[in-house]
Ligand binder design. Structure first.
Ligand code: SAT
Ligand code: MN
Length: 603
């Protein structure tokens, strides 16, 4: 017998939603159904439930009010890309870079697992909005989940509850996310996307992007598919505002693969030499972008919170994140201190004695094991961020001056490289590569091509996705300029050449200078690079040799790079747009030319 919570002060007016909840509860047979209203009282009630069931451990409330620790199943600590499927009627629609399953096959495989899958448990109905309220960007999703941890995370990550039902009204236009933990059984773990049905079925995992269906599943995979159909863009990008000493704010959108410092860059703290400047976070992970009436590209952050990587986050690397984490935050798989606080590797303080590791066991510093899982996370509301942009909630979004692609590359890729034109910029994004991190299961540290940081998140054929990017040039009369950055280049001894973090502002200043037409650059066979004197290095002790190596374009490295890009394009196959193949050929012939003395290029 199921009962619906009567405490919710909200009402479902959409017949389609009522029917779908009924259908899902007939299938999964929960003991209770709770319709989430998004209120503060509800949050307290859900936290209480989670603490009682052991899903959350309260942290020291005097030190971290409103903060809790969650430990996931040790076998369920990252996205599982090999169990993630795009279920379009044809394999061709999903393309060569996605796992594909026919929709009927996927539904038929998962349905038996879902039968009675929530028996004895609560089904939380979580209605949410992606995008600012009242915005033309905004979309409604509803996630049905048997995880209170997921419901609590969704309340932080999205505009959740009554507001979403209000926006939905009587409409049937919403994303249907059905999530069932099934004891986090890896043998019954599948994350299936049905773009044509605007539906996601996720089973067997309670973690991050597998389970918070608003995030990678809807805001990227399904939304990228909707964006192509409707003429807009859903991208794996942070959004950052930079206010100059003259009081003008410019916005950049930047794509980096998971766990490459997107959150840090989006919360940038500026070096002392940039005292007249200010940096503001609009978003840290996902951008939805549309061409505005003025011909520029405009963007919003569809989310309302951050699901950031904890290890490496410190007062030095990201003070705005550290300040955000002082209250009302859920920590996942970090270490617990004896006085009920959190700790992780790279927090900037020595490990206290008596730590409990991420699995809940006493931690032995000599064991060689990490106390916090490398992909341990914090979930914190964006309103906690001292650097939150006043435009973060603006229905209009922000106009984008520059699109920045980046990855983690020990060699080849200079600190910054500007595309010659739109097609070359799309080529740079399409061929970008990065060394893998702990954000997904699998081998760490090998270079993989990760176009626009969307390889695991593009909900349709990658070749068609490139074509959609090329199309922006004709949709937007005033498109942003495109750049590539690499904060992670190393010298022959394996040491990082560039200090990174706040010092990245020096590169951003050059990028804005290029956009505004006063910064200069050298032409190289593969794009435009600043000369050492073009970067504002005031107050930075960086030896000239390291800087030279940071900016170097080495033809022999680029030969290898372009060969690897060719192999990747071959994998894309017949949907690869011809302009990208042409760009590849023209770069090869530029590289083959006898080297000319570098020319200064004026913007
Ligand atoms: O687990 S998530 O997909 O939400 C985080 C990430 O991989 O970037
Ligand atoms: Mn991400």
């Amino acid at each position: 017998m199921t009962s619906t919570s009567s405490t919710a002060k909200v009402q479902v007016r959409s017949r389609a939603l009522t029917q779908w909840i009924e259908e899902a509860s007939r299938l999964t047979q929960p003991a209770r159904i709770v319709l989430c209203d998004g209120s503060a009282e509800e949050r307290q009630r859900l936290i209480q439930e989670a603490v009682t069931s052991g899903s959350l451990t309260p942290l020291n409330q005097a030190k971290r009010p409103g903060c809790y620790l969650h430990r996931s199943d040790p076998d369920d600590v990252a996205r599982t890309e090999d169990r993630t499927f795009i279920c379009t009627p044809t394999r061709e629609e999903a393309g060569p870079t996605n796992n594909w399953m026919a929709p009927d096959e996927a539904y038929d495989r998962i349905r038996p697992w879902l039968e009675g899958g929530m028996r004895g448990r609560t089904m939380y109905v979580v209605p949410y909005i992606l995008g600012p309220l009242g915005s033309r960007f905004a979309k409604v999703g509803v996630e049905l989940t048997d995880s209170v941890y997921v419901a609590l995370n969704m309340a932080i990550m999205t505009r959740m509850g009554g507001v979403a039902l209000e926006m939905l009204g009587e409409s049937d236009d919403f994303n249907r996310g059905l999530h069932c933990t099934l004891g986090c059984d890896s043998k019954r773990r599948l994350i299936c996307h049905f773009p044509q049905d605007n539906t996601i079925w996720s089973v067997g995992s309670g973690y991050g992007g597998n389970a918070l269906l608003s995030k990678k599943c809807f805001a990227l995979r399904i939304a990228s598919w909707l964006g192509r159909k409707e003429g807009w863009y859903a991208e794996h990008m942070l959004l950052l505002g930079l206010e100059s000493p003259r009081g003008e704010t410019s916005y950049v959108a930047a794509a980096f693969p998971s766990a490459c410092g997107k959150t840090n860059l989006s919360m940038l703290t500026l070096p002392p030499a940039f005292s007249g400047w200010r940096a503001f976070t609009v978003g840290d992970d996902i951008a939805w972008m549309r061409v505005g009436a003025d011909g520029r590209l405009w963007a919003v952050n569809p989310e309302a919170g951050y699901f950031g990587v904890a290890p490496g986050t410190s007062m030095q690397s990201n003070p705005n994140a550290m300040l955000s984490l002082t209250h009302d935050t859920i920590f996942t798989n970090v270490a617990l201190t004896p006085d009920g606080d959190v700790w992780w590797e790279g927090m900037g303080t020595p490990a206290p004695q008596g730590l409990i590791d991420w699995r809940g066991r006493p931690w032995d510093p000599k064991s060689g094991q990490k106390a916090a899982h490398p992909n341990s996370r914090f979930t914190t509301p964006m309103t906690n961020n001292p650097a939150l942009s006043p435009k973060a909630d603006d229905p209009e979004g922000v106009p984008i001056s520059a699109v920045i692609f980046g990855g983690r590359r020990a060699t080849t890729m200079p600190l910054v490289l500007e595309a010659r034109n739109w097609t070359h910029g799309v080529f740079m994004g399409a061929t970008m590569g990065s060394e893998t991190t702990a954000a997904a299961t699998g081998q760490v540290g090998v270079v993989r091509r990760d176009p626009m940081a969307m390889l695991p998140f593009c909900g349709y054929n990658m070749g068609n996705y490139f074509d959609h990017w090329l199309r922006m040039a004709s949709l937007a009369p005033r498109p942003p300029r495109i750049f590539m950055v690499n904060w992670f280049r190393k010298n022959a001894d394996g040491a990082f050449l560039w200090p990174g973090y706040g010092e990245n502002m020096r590169v951003l200043k050059w990028i804005l200078g290029r956009v505004q037409g006063f910064a200069e650059a050298d032409q190289t066979p593969v794009g435009l690079v600043p000369r050492p004197g073009d970067l504002d290095l005031t107050g930075l002790a960086l030896d000239p040799e390291s800087l030279r190596q940071c900016l170097a374009v080495r033809p022999e490295e680029w030969q290898t790079e372009l060969e690897s890009a060719r192999q990747f394009f071959a994998k894309i196959g017949p949907t690869l747009p011809e302009p990208l193949a042409l760009t590849h050929r023209s770069l090869l012939s530029e590289l083959a030319k006898p080297s000319n003395p570098p020319r200064a290029a004026v913007a």
